[in-house]
Design a binder for this molecule. Structure first.
Ligand code: ADP
Length: 678
């Protein structure tokens, strides 16, 4: 028996269920939804009153454009009314915040759409349990719950399939499972059989009948009279108003079981990361990789370049250590020909003991002093020649000034000099070349035409050539030291040569180096009668200067890397914006199952972050690889700083967040109804 009520003359409608006595599940009063279209107002819904009780099966029918979908979206809390009120389960929902509305959708409402609206990247169980993600339910429990539902709706054996491997009827079953997964009060269905053939359509309607029989409340929008005829109540809408409201029977369904309320939590971080990686990045691998490239190159150039400059810096520090700290050197300029002749007219001695005395007198800050002279003599032992050997006659505190110490035996001492002993100390490479590394001490060798006894072997010192002006780093492992007095006595001096090639001073502190060196220059110059036969150099100062020039280079590199990161960031933004507009429907679906705005924001931000962090890590690896390549190919020292690596990945992440924010915000701001309409 059908029971029909029509809209009365004053536009109000007496609801048939008022007789049921229980408060309605849905109560709407004078609900309106107007759209402003330029000057024109479209009254999609125009003052609707409607009560729907728990356990009812209502079909909403009406011609196309009459406002059915608009009503559906309002009932589903996906849209906000322009006016009027809406109570769902006794709670006024028309004025709720986005988070609360989302929670209501998530807990109280299940949607079934004509187009199924499944997420193609997810399998059946993951699609079914999508809403539970937004309750913070752990993955295992979600999938278990989904499996029970899927089996109940005849999807056994299909759980691992993706939507594109399912038939239309199966997809709609998955969508129904998804709607049911949160045990909602209300199922809202928009033409659920519209895309199905008649046989499958009937099967799906059977599912709804069964759900209805179990006490579920179902509201179904349809334009198919046959489908509508299966509902127990048919509400007809025309021009945004309820035109008729007919009931077939008033038979109470089994009372609805009280819903087990799960405590809602925020989406788990693990789920956010999973969504970002699996559904965002892995779904478009090539695109993600290309997006990453900007970040990869940016970070790689920072890492590679800092490795090279840092390597250079460390090498220089090592070189400073090798020349000795706080050194000032007075060096013979090694003039020849006419210039030497003229220099010697002014100062016949070259660098000599007079200079050493003057230095000691005039420069109070001298801590140690050493002087040496190179002798051109061949070093041999038996028939072995050490061609690379460099023989130096040394005096003073050579070890301390040069910061290079004897390893075995002893160094030359004062008595050796005073007694003109023919003793020598060898660099390890020379000891090796002469074949006496094992038992060097006490061995004899010939330097020029004199026999010497080995009294010591220097420590091994790794050697790197210097590229800095006036900083002569020599391979000290090739040195042979003899007392300067011995050198002076036994080896004829070249015509016009000075007593020493170099006088090296170690100063007490590095503060005064430049001032001291200037003072030293003046003292020596006046002593040398303005001759150009010497030069004063401060190796440390030269290194500092060269580091300063490198700093300019560093700034340029930083700017290039920064620009590359910027371009990388813009790339991320660009791709993310494209991705957001491409995934409009996905956003709509997520919103429909209860994702609030901030979760959508988080999801896209997480994607940008993952892209940039992976890009950052790949960038670090590429940078290290590039650095190593430079090291191997050009024999250039490289050094990596974990701090810089950490900062780089941090910066990459900041770029990701910075440039991902706008697209993520665009996604979050999207109107769920528009998004669902795609
Ligand atoms: P139905 O689902 O019954 O076909 P709708 O609820 O989709 O009808 O639409 C009702 C009326 O509201 C139509 O005239 C439609 O053009 C209009 N409408 C719906 N959505 C919008 C919108 N976003 N902007 C403007 N007009 C809209």
């Amino acid at each position: 028996m059908s029971n029909s009520r029509h809209v009365s003359a004053d536009g109000t409608l007496e609801t048939p269920h008022s007789t049921l006595g229980t408060p309605p599940l849905i109560k709407i009063r004078r609900l309106t939804r107007h759209y402003q279209m330029g000057q024109h107002v479209v009254r999609a819904l125009d003052g609707v009153d409607l009560d729907i009780h728990s356990g009812e099966f209502v079909a909403i029918i009406g011609p196309s454009g009459s406002g059915k979908s608009t009503l559906m979206y309002l009932l589903g809390c996906l849209d906000r009314p322009t006016g009027g009120q809406y109570w769902l389960g006794g709670e006024e929902v028309s004025a709720l915040s986005d988070v609360k509305l989302s929670r209501t959708r998530n807990r109280d409402i299940g949607f079934v759409f004509q187009e199924y609206n499944l997420l193609s990247e997810l399998n059946v169980l993951e699609n079914v349990s999508l809403g539970l993600v937004y309750r913070g339910t752990p993955r295992r429990s979600r999938l278990n719950a989904a499996e029970v539902l899927a089996n109940r709706l005849g999807l056994d054996g299909r759980q691992d399939h993706n939507p594109n491997e399912l038939s239309g009827g199966q997809m709609q079953r998955v969508a129904i499972c998804r709607a049911l997964s949160g045990s909602p009060h209300l199922l809202l269905c928009d033409e659920p059989t519209g895309n199905l053939d008649s046989v499958t359509g009937r099967e799906i309607m059977d599912v709804f009948h069964e759900l209805h029989a179990q006490g579920n409340t179902i509201i179904m929008v349809t334009h198919d009279p046959k489908v509508a005829a299966q509902a127990e109540r048919v509400v007809r809408i025309e021009d945004g108003k309820i035109h008729s409201d007919e009931r077939k029977e008033i038979a109470r369904k089994a009372p609805v079981e009280p819903k087990v309320r799960q405590v809602s939590r925020n989406v788990r971080w693990f789920d956010i990361a999973r969504i970002a990686i699996r559904e965002g990045l892995l779904a478009h691998k090539l695109r993600s990789l290309l997006t990453m490239l900007g970040i990869v190159f940016g970070i790689a150039s920072v890492i590679g370049m800092t490795a090279i400059t840092e390597g250079g810096k460390r090498q220089q520090l090592e070189q400073i250590r090798q020349i000795g700290l706080n050194n000032i050197q007075v060096i013979d300029t090694q003039l020849d020909g006419e210039r030497l002749r003229q220099a010697r007219q002014r100062n016949p001695f070259g660098i000599s003991d007079r200079d050493i005395e003057a230095v000691r007198r005039e420069l109070p800050g001298v801590e140690r002093l050493a002087a040496w002279k190179r002798i051109k003599a061949v070093v041999t032992r038996d028939r072995t020649r050490a061609d690379a050997a460099r023989v130096l006659g040394v005096t003073g505190d050579f070890q301390e000034v040069v910061n290079f110490f004897v390893g075995r035996g002893r160094f030359l001492n004062q008595r050796d000099a005073e007694e003109y002993r023919r003793v020598c100390v060898l660099g390890v490479a020379i000891a090796e070349a002469l074949g006496i590394s094992d038992e060097p001490l006490g061995q004899t060798l010939v330097i020029g035409d004199q026999i010497f006894v080995v009294v010591g072997i220097m420590q091994n010192r790794p050697f790197t050539a210097s590229t800095v002006k006036d900083v002569n780093i020599v391979n000290r492992n090739l040195d042979v030291y003899i007392p300067h007095s011995v050198a002076d006595r036994y080896y004829p001096r070249v015509k016009r040569a000075g007593t020493y090639d170099s006088v090296s001073l170690r100063m007490a502190s590095s503060e005064q180096l430049v001032a001291d060196s200037q003072h030293l220059e003046r003292v020596v110059r006046s002593l040398h009668n303005d001759s150009d036969d010497f030069a004063v150099s401060v190796p440390l100062e030269n290194l500092r200067q060269s580091q300063k020039t490198k700093e300019v280079f560093n700034v340029i590199i930083t700017v290039i890397a920064g620009m590359s990161l910027l371009v990388g960031g813009i790339g991320i933004m660009n791709i993310m914006l494209a991705s957001v507009s491409e995934r409009t429907r996905e956003i709509g679906i997520r919103r429909a199952v209860g994702a609030p705005r901030n979760e959508v924001l988080k999801q896209f931000l997480a994607e940008a972050c993952v892209i940039s962090v992976i890009g950052g890590i790949l960038g670090v690896l590429t940078g290290v690889l590039g650095g190593e390549l430079v090291a191997v190919l050009f024999q250039f020292p490289v050094a990596y700083s974990t701090l810089i690596m950490g900062i780089s990945v941090g910066v990459a992440m900041a770029v990701g967040i910075g440039f991902g924010l706008y697209p993520a915000w665009t996604a979050a701001r999207m109107d769920p109804v528009e998004a669902l309409r795609g």
